[in-house]
Ligand binder design. Structure first.
Ligand SMILES: *Cc1c(COP(=O)(O)O)cnc(C)c1O
Length: 490
């Protein structure tokens, strides 16, 4: 399988090259040159497999410069860091299920890919005979940062720098990052929101002076953000796996269609669902759920993507995003893989903050989009807790709320899987408030939430409170480049 850039379809790379580079020099994202197909024989085979085996099999269809055995070793090691089944499907009501992706080390779905990415990256470098040090540069809306730090800490031949928005992450997310241990980890806050952090980091990736300077030190940059195909590929597996789990439990028959509802920010998670569908997974609708930063809802309903709008801070901070990087991969597909067109749209986005495509293309697509405000998000947490005895986090609740609207409006009775992206304990003060409790302190809120629900609090979050804050630097966004130099020379 070859990989091409969304902005230059003539450029061809292998899977390991795409993973090591992270992003294309032309600013585009790497995408597979075609979608491998899962036929019914393969689905039958996957049915019998463990999660680790399913993931290795699906990865091997894209990353054919790796063997299945090699990939199985990585998935086995990565998912041994999870508490039990890495991606359990929980029944909520008849026809409604939660795919819980937060049983990993940092309690959010980013662990599904970021526990695995370091293995893929180190092995890719070996295959390519690359000896330089890899600098992983991350901009985070909160959860990617911690998951990347946990994944890459003390990994030989790597250094990791995480920039988080100084005013955009929850107290718990901040605490997780500033207490990070490891000899190759660096963390700094940037004054501003996630888009400011992401833009600063993207600039560094495209700065030839930085590249030359790092090269002189034997260092090359790569990305652990969902622009890296190595982030995206492991996410495809859980869409297919959750479907197989429903077949195994007799909830659906092989070939039946299902809906997925995905709380969305950077469009990375739901894009993996789209890839699974393109591979042949029977999907009825992919439902995009946004919070008040509802640029994707507007885009899918009008064809106009316009970032000239207010930015809101919400109780689902990992979705407080206006520029959804991975949308570019979908745009590439829907425009018939015309990389010239994609390039001109994204040039226009850069120049005017806006682009437009034919709305009909979106209407005919498998996607439906909706959004939930803060009140509706809280209501969803409270209602599901009240009626179904199920406690969910604020991001998942955006999905649940959008699903409720969708199913009422369209009377669609297709079995539906809501992708649950974080442990409710990661956002405990807001979750507690939604079910009538009150506690602003995130650590006190943990025990109060545990008392109010039957769900056990993950130890990783309980122990954070007493950990030393090692990384308290906060910088202006004009200082990011200097900060990278300083970290590298430490
Ligand atoms: C990152 C994140 C999201 C959004 O995922 P995208 O891939 O950016 O769409 C949703 N919920 C949680 C908890 C997250 O950490």
């Amino acid at each position: 399988m070859k990989f091409v850039s969304t902005r230059n379809a003539k450029l061809e790379l292998s899977g390991s090259e795409a993973i090591v580079k992270g992003i294309s020099d032309d600013g585009g994202l790497f995408v597979p040159s075609s979608f491998p197909k899962i036929d019914s024989a393969l689905m039958q085979q996957l049915l019998e497999m463990s999660y680790e085996e399913r993931a290795a099999k699906i990865l091997s269809m894209y990353l054919d410069d790796f063997s299945y055995e090699e990939l199985l070793e990585y998935t086995t090691r990565a998912y041994s860091r999870f508490d039990g089944d890495p991606a359990p499907v929980v029944k909520i009501e008849d026809g409604l299920f939660m795919l819980e992706l937060w049983h990993g080390p940092t309690c959010a779905f980013k662990d599904m890919a970021l526990t695995l990415l370091p293995y893929l990256l180190v092995a890719s470098k070996l295959k390519l005979g690359k000896k330089e040090k890899t600098l992983i540069l991350v901009a985070t809306s909160g959860d990617t940062g911690k998951a990347a730090l946990e994944g890459f800490k003390d990994v030989d031949g790597t250094e990791i720098i995480v920039f988080y928005p100084g005013t955009g992450v929850s107290a718990m997310q901040r605490k997780q990052m500033v207490t990070q241990e490891g000899n190759n980890v660096h963390v700094a806050g940037i004054v501003g929101n996630f888009d400011d952090a992401q833009t600063s980091v993207k600039k560094i990736f495209n700065d030839s002076e930085v590249k030359e300077y790092l090269a002189s030190k034997g260092v090359a940059m790569s990305s652990a953000n969902s622009i890296n195909f190595g982030r995206l590929a492991p996410q495809i597996a859980y869409y297919i796996s959750s479907y197989l789990d429903l077949v195994n439990s007799g909830e659906i028959k092989m070939g039946d269609k299902v809906n997925f509802v995905v709380p969305t920010g950077n469009f990375g998670n739901i894009l993996a669902g789209y890839y699974a569908e393109r591979m042949g997974l029977p999907v009825n609708k992919l439902i995009i759920a946004s919070n008040a930063n509802n640029i994707l809802t507007d885009f899918f309903n009008t064809g106009i993507y316009d970032v000239n709008r207010d930015f809101y801070k919400t109780a689902s901070p990992s979705m407080d995003i206006l520029v959804s990087s991975n949308l570019e991969r979908f745009i590439f597909e829907i425009l018939g893989r015309d990389s010239e067109k994609v390039k001109s749209l994204y040039d226009s986005l850069k120049a005017t903050g806006k682009f437009e495509i034919d709305q009909k293309l979106l209407d005919d697509s498998i996607f439906v989009a909706g959004w939930a405000d803060e009140e509706e998000t809280k209501d969803a947490i409270n209602t599901f807790f009240d009626i179904d005895d199920y406690i969910m986090d604020t991001h998942t609740a955006v999905g649940a709320s959008v699903y409720n609207d969708y199913s009422c409006e369209l009377e669609d009775e297709t079995p539906t899987i809501i992708v649950s992206t974080a442990s409710p304990y990661k956002f405990a003060p807001d979750v507690l408030a939604a079910i009538g409790g009150k506690e602003k302190d995130p650590f006190k809120a943990l025990s109060k939430l545990q008392n109010a629900t039957a769900l056990e609090c993950p130890e990783n979050l309980l122990f954070l409170k007493d950990k030393e804050e090692k990384h308290t630097l906060v910088i202006d966004r004009t200082e990011t480049k200097q900060a990278v130099y300083d970290f590298i020379n430490k």
